[in-house]
Design a binder for this molecule. Structure first.
Ligand code: FAD
Length: 497
């Protein structure tokens, strides 16, 4: 299998090795259906879910499309490496029939319980008690209106809500503000479980930087129930690995005969000349199209020059960025015993959650772990393997720590990655009300699609798909009309005509 330059793995025998094997690498990196200087109907920048879906929908609807991607592989922030036949989902992983589908099997293993770590204290409890405590504290936290937001946030997938003013009011606050408000209703252990859940959601440096509205939106998307979010967001993953789905979408687009692509081709400039858009790559080559769909993530969008300049509100949104700089680490531990174990805890030693996900083909327990921003007070660098090992060990029950052998670590440093500079999007206080519609708005013949500013499952795979679909639909359903840009995109709001 071909290696991408992204990610690393560590084993006791081989130490740390950069780059991981994946079916997502596209070879040859360049292919063109037309002479290089011909104008394409559309250029899509970025081959993550938003870009892939947009390219597939455009090509199947008759548009010649050039897909430009900075990396050597498909998938952006969602992709899997395959090591010894096991799929490590390095980025986005879980999907659901409230989004898409496919089940995960979860047989009971020996260590079949949940460990709550509160400072130096620990308590093991059943998964029933885990669901009870984790759900109860989330409900206390999110139930601002005494109605579980059932009416205030009635349409979690929609753009407008009956209580928009109330939502804007809640958006002024951070998760820390709300935690302070409910502090006295929670025990120390409950606070630790809640804090760990919030840090896992928002991944910021501290809870005062993580917007309350994002947490409330996740609660509403989870069906306004204590276990809904976990059931939807942390259980179901593709048996084939996410990269297999990327390959299928890519192959579908290519099968139309209308798709050209360039990988390892970072874009540095996008100029809308009115009748066409010129896109300049870092190596100086220029490609042209009648319209562009830009899916470059929020935290790296400032690295692309737009001509004419982005309007002030869009530029301010780009400067604001997403606050999520969490880390995700895969840790394989010897033997099958830890498959059904889970843990939450703050402050932790760099990780706030860990849970058994699948057995590897060698019969070891595969744990998925999350930690906050490396620059958080208890943050760790992914470059420090010993710190990662210590952080996982800290979450394990104390009487078992000595017997657990870590035999593989797999991760990717999304925060140091120049094409993501962070993980999934989570907004700081006030940002959603201030910036969301500016981020969604087209700029002349340049449309913007991304999970980072999608409606519905914002920050998720589903949001990326939704946003890519909407951008492609806006271009395929719009007839060329003079005076409103080549595709008449100036008539759109929120990416939807
Ligand atoms: C660690 C982690 C865990 C996650 N877990 C989940 C989960 O369990 N479930 C879920 O639903 N979501 C999850 N997410 C979120 C989900 O992966 C993302 O929201 C989604 O994949 C984003 O898709 P996108 O197409 O909007 O952006 P991206 O996937 O980031 O695609 C943008 C593309 O643009 C490219 N690009 C950037 N700059 C340039 C440039 N200058 N020129 C050309 N190309 C450029 C990038 O390389 C990238 O391929 C997770 C994300 C991470 C990082």
């Amino acid at each position: 299998m071909v290696y991408t330059t992204d990610g690393f793995t560590w084993t006791p025998s081989a130490g740390r090795r950069n780059g991981l094997p994946t079916i997502g690498v596209v070879q040859p990196p360049e292919y063109s259906i037309q002479p290089d200087d011909d104008v394409h109907d559309v250029i899509v920048i970025g081959a993550g879910y938003a870009g892939l879906i947009a390219a597939r929908d455009l090509t199947t609807q008759g548009k010649t499309t050039l897909l430009l991607e900075a990396r050597d592989r498909l998938g952006g922030r969602t992709w899997n490496a395959t090591i010894n036949g096991f799929h490590y989902e390095v980025g986005g992983t879980w999907i659901h029939w409230h989004m898409p589908h496919i089940y995960r099997e979860n047989p009971g293993s020996k260590e079949d319980y949940f460990t709550a770590t509160t400072g130096h204290e620990q308590r093991n409890m059943s998964h029933e008690e885990e669901a009870d405590i984790a759900g109860r504290v989330l409900r206390i936290f999110c139930n601002l209106d005494g109605d579980d937001l059932k009416h205030a946030w009635q349409y979690p997938l929609g753009t407008t809500q009956p209580s928009a003013a109330l939502l804007a009011q809640w958006d002024q606050r951070s998760c820390q503000d709300r935690l302070d408000e409910v502090h006295d209703r929670l025990s120390a252990e409950e606070r630790s479980v809640l804090e760990a859940q919030l840090l896992q959601m928002g991944g910021g440096r501290s809870l005062d930087r993580i917007g309350l509205l994002g947490a409330l939106q996740w609660w509403a998307l989870g069906g306004h129930t204590p276990t809904g979010l976990n059931d939807t967001a942390l259980h179901t993953r593709l048996r084939s690995g996410q990269s297999a789905l990327h390959r299928r979408v890519f192959a579908h687009a290519a099968s139309t005969g209308r798709l050209s692509h360039r990988f390892c081709a970072p874009v540095r400039r996008v100029e809308d000349r009115g009748d066409l858009v010129a896109v300049t790559l870092r190596d100086g080559r220029v490609c042209t199209a009648r319209a562009v769909i830009c899916t470059v993530p929020l935290n790296v969008l400032a690295g692309v020059e737009f001509v004419p300049e982005l309007p002030p509100d869009k530029a301010a949104a780009v400067r604001h960025r997403s606050v999520n700089r969490c880390i995700k680490v895969h840790v394989d531990v010897n033997g099958p015993d830890w498959l059904s174990w889970s843990a939450l805890g703050t402050p932790g030693r760099g990780l706030v959650s860990a849970f058994g996900d699948h057995l590897t083909n060698a019969g070891n327990s595969h744990l998925v772990c999350f930690g906050p921003d490396p620059e958080a007070p208890a943050g760790i660098s992914l470059g420090d393997v010993e710190a990662v090992q210590a952080a996982v060990t800290h979450l394990l029950p104390k009487d078992k720590q000595a017997g657990v052998i870590i035999n593989r670590i797999v991760s990717h440093d999304w925060n140091k990655d120049e094409f993501s500079n962070g993980t999934w999007c989570f907004m700081g206080p006030e940002a959603t009300s201030k910036y969301l519609s500016a981020l969604q708005r087209p700029h002349g013949n340049i449309l913007f699609a991304s999970a980072d500013w999608s409606n519905g499952w914002r920050g998720w795979i589903d949001g990326a798909v939704q946003s890519g679909m909407e951008a492609a639909r806006a271009l395929t359903q719009t007839k060329d009309v003079s005076g409103h840009g080549v595709f008449g995109t100036s008539k759109m709001t929120n990416g939807v005509k």
